[in-house]
Design a binder for this molecule. Structure first.
Ligand SMILES: *Cc1c(COP(=O)(O)O)cnc(C)c1O
Length: 371
């Protein structure tokens, strides 16, 4: 048998051949949208901290207070002794924000989707997922043992076709979609999917990881505390009985330690700010639209704007060129996106200065990227 490291080297080589190896780079947040990487100061268009909450002084102070009061770590799973008092406040606020009866906080968005889908679905059930949904929805469906089928991206008719062909042969059916697609920036037709779900006696799970405002339509409204709320953790909002069941059945909820108090304190403060300043959530899309207008791209509908370049090497070269100009914009490659659609992913924050947006848009337009 070959040595483990030898097998790893072979596998790394295969990734290198396709420019698909991933490496970690230390990146230091310097305040606002500025980061430092490799000694270079850069304006970042690569963070999902859309509202600037991760560096907000009020949010940092809430984290500090929570740690001082309740300690650095939760010490056990939430069902044992890790359910510190801050959870109740955050879950009540999340449910009020999304307009549901109840909410449940998980260790992360990834763990939330893994646990929700595998607790509710099983063998003999059907999960229908948009072709471009986030990997953790697919992993949740796989772990559940349900039959998984994919419909064409944002194609309600294709979803209807799958329901017509397969719904009756299965017990329960769950349709899953990102509300805003994380690498695409477009919005799912939640209203139409919700009507379709009713028609075929199916449930709808909306992944709102990149939604800045509550989106109506889904029976289960899942989200993350780690993006617009600037902290860490995941959650699901829904009916009281569903939440109670998930509390007892979602394995990724039960068999993991509760989040540190500072993390929950920060998320709770950030959500309080977002709910009390309704205009704040609009700012990132306004910034994204300035960019798409200036770069000659289709108008943004979310804070995420992809500039598709094709192969991995081309996307990496474009990302390096932007770094040289002082801008951090990630190159996103397979398997995160489909083969041949490697891209630059611009994520806009309420904190971006218009001059920086004008500068990157100028580069994109000059290079003819995304056309
Ligand atoms: C980031 C993301 C997740 C996972 O959330 P984490 O809290 O980072 O684990 C789930 N779904 C989508 C669409 C995401 O973009």
């Amino acid at each position: 048998m070959p040595a483990l490291a030898e097998v790893a080297r072979e596998k790394l080589h295969a990734l290198d051949v396709n420019a698909q190896r991933r490496v970690l780079q230390a990146t230091r947040a310097m305040g606002g949208v500025r980061v430092e990487r490799g000694g270079q100061s850069l304006i970042s268009f690569s963070s999902n901290d859309y509202l600037g909450m991760a560096m907000d002084a009020r949010v940092i102070e809430a984290a500090r207070e929570a740690a001082a009061r309740y300690g650095a770590g939760a010490g056990a799973s939430r069902l044992v002794t890790g359910n510190h008092p801050l959870y109740a406040s955050l879950e009540a606020r999340l449910a009020a924000w999304k307009g549901t009866e109840a909410a449940l906080v998980f260790g992360s968005g990834y763990l939330a989707n893994l646990g929700i889908i595998s607790a509710l679905m099983g063998r003999g059930d059907l999960v229908l997922a948009d072709r471009l949904v986030h990997a953790c929805l697919i992993d949740g469906a796989r772990v559940s043992g349900a039959k998984l089928a994919r419909f064409a991206h944002n194609d309600v008719d294709d979803c209807r076709r799958l329901l017509a062909a397969q719904r009756s042969a299965h017990r329960h059916c769950l349709i899953v979609t990102d509300e805003i697609f994380s690498m695409h920036g477009d919005a799912a037709p939640m209203e139409a999917l919700s009507v379709l779900a009713r028609e075929y006696d199916a449930w709808l799970l909306g992944d709102g990881a990149h939604s800045l405002k509550p989106v109506p339509g889904a029976d289960l409204k899942m989200g993350t505390l780690s993006k617009a709320l600037g902290s860490y953790g995941g959650y699901v909002c829904g009916e009281r009985d569903v939440i109670d069941y998930l509390t007892s059945a979602a394995r990724s909820f039960i068999f993991t330690t509760g989040l540190p108090p500072a993390v929950i304190g920060a998320a709770d403060k950030a959500l309080e700010i977002v709910m009390s300043e309704p205009g704040l959530a609009d700012a990132p899309v306004v910034k994204a639209r300035l960019f798409t207008d200036l770069a000659g791209l289709p108008q943004a509908v979310s804070p995420i704007v992809p500039v598709v370049l094709g192969d991995e090497a081309r996307a990496l070269a474009a990302s390096r060129q932007l770094v040289d100009a002082g801008y951090l914009v990630s190159a996103i490659r397979p398997p995160t996106v489909p083969e041949g659609t490697s891209r630059l992913r611009f994520a806009f924050s309420a904190l971006h200065a218009d001059e920086d947006i004008e500068a990157v848009a100028g580069i994109v337009r000059r290079e003819g990227w995304g056309l």
